[in-house]
Ligand binder design. Structure first.
Ligand code: SAM
Ligand code: SF4
Ligand code: SF4
Length: 378
């Protein structure tokens, strides 16, 4: 693995200026980009640090003790995040996902959740607030997160076999502690808990069935994610991607499945329900999902914006630059100015990397200047 790790190009120095347009863009909740896609989902990275070193995300060779993480003064404060989020909500965002790095490493994250939970969408409702975590601190924090207003949680878990899991997180973290975190999240009422498993061919593909057997019928929704060519350090190769249709075929060989409708427009996962003897979905057995970011592009209804830890707005997971909203914030922009700047940026959006990837030669993106998953959060 290590010989394929590609030296880091520090993307964070490159930013696009966020400008207040001459003609204001008033927030109506109906903002759409140049491909008519609305803005509905905001993913906020609250830290670029992590206590794991998953080699598909933060390979040890790059993210070592000398890695230049952002200094604290560069991070958006909770007040800044909340103010920006309120602007995003006025433009139509309904759902907020906190991520990282490892979001539970950000001190007093509960206070941020409480501030966000007090905001309202254009419909006058509280935003849906969820969080993606590696689960290592969840057993300790689940209840406080729930009390602060978190509604749901997604836990990343790449296998049940302790040796495989320790190898993949590369810090020797035991699987039992993550399973305890999942149990604590369920007990705290963070329903439904979702579990994301990144599948790498040759690394953890043999964990697909044990994971499915383990979570079937528990109310926890397992989703298999295709290993993606994000960032520029993980040495991604197409032959390590196990396409979702193969995952489904392997599951169906043992566990009968029927396709389910998407639960919301723009949903990234394709859903499959566990079937009973009559080949009907049995809700008591639950469902699994596959996220086919590589083999099946879902850019057509991508309604997601991403805010980096230091306040840059990224229009696509595969963008090489973000718009510097922090300079506007710290430069004294009014809320109306912020709304106009955001509105104009979103109106100009035409990103659709996954659709275009299909027409690129394999692996042509590797080594390209591109942001890291640990920086933008997925
Ligand atoms: N640390 C948290 C965690 O692991 O859940 C949140 C941040 S992590 C970057 C968000 C998600 O991105 C995780 O589910 C992780 O498995 C996924 N991820 C990271 N690198 C990936 C890659 N190359 N391909 C697919 N998913 C990836
Ligand atoms: Fe950390 Fe999450 Fe990346 Fe793993 S996937 S290194 S837990 S940020
Ligand atoms: Fe959205 Fe970019 Fe992913 Fe397409 S590639 S679904 S535009 S984030």
């Amino acid at each position: 693995m290590s010989e394929r790790v590609i030296p880091l190009v520090d993307q964070r120095t490159a930013a696009l200026a966020a400008r207040v347009p001459a003609t204001p863009v008033a927030p109506t909740g109906l903002l759409a980009d140049s491909l008519h896609r609305p803005l509905r989902d905001l993913r906020i990275s609250v830290t670029d640090r992590c206590n794991f070193r998953c080699n598909y995300c933060m390979p040890k060779e790059v993210f070592d003790k000398d890695y230049p993480y952002l200094p604290h003064s560069d991070l958006l404060s909770f007040e800044e995040i909340t103010r920006l989020t309120a602007v995003f909500l006025r433009h139509g965002v309904r759902k907020i996902r906190l991520t990282g790095g490892e979001p539970l490493l950000r001190r007093n994250i509960e206070a941020l959740i409480a501030q966000l939970a007090a905001l309202r969408t254009v419909d006058g409702l509280p935003p849906e607030i969820t969080l993606t975590t590696n689960g290592s601190l969840l057993a300790r924090k689940a209840r406080a997160l729930r009390e602060a207003g978190l509604q749901r949680v997604t836990v990343s878990l790449d296998g049940l076999d302790d040796a495989v899991f320790r190898r993949m997180n590369d810090v020797d973290f035991p699987v039992a502690d993550v399973l305890d975190g999942i149990a604590a999240a369920r007990a705290a009422g963070l329903h439904p808990v979702k579990v994301n498993m990144v599948v790498k061919r040759g690394t953890n593909e043999h964990e697909i069935l044990p994971m499915a057997r383990h979570f079937r019928g528990t109310g926890t929704v397992l989703r298999f994610i295709e290993y993606m060519d994000v960032g520029a350090t993980n040495g991604w190769r197409m032959d390590e991607v196990l396409p979702s249709h193969e995952v489904i075929a392997r599951l169906r060989a043992e566990l009968p499945l029927v396709p389910l409708d998407p639960s919301a427009p723009g949903e990234t996962a394709q859903r499959w329900g566990y079937a009973n003897a009559q080949s009907q979905h049995d809700p008591a057995l639950g469902e699994v999902g596959v996220i086919s970011s590589v083999t099946q592009a879902f850019c057509g209804d991508c309604n997601r914006a991403r805010l980096s830890t230091e306040g840059r707005l990224y229009l696509c997971l595969f963008a090489d630059r973000g718009y510097d909203l922090r300079s506007l914030l710290r430069g004294g922009a009014s809320d109306a100015d912020l709304a106009s700047a955001l509105g104009a940026i979103w109106q100009g959006r035409s990103d659709r990397y996954s659709e275009l990837r299909a027409s690129l030669p394999p692996e042509s993106g590797q080594g390209k200047r591109r942001i890291e998953m640990s920086y933008i959060g997925g």
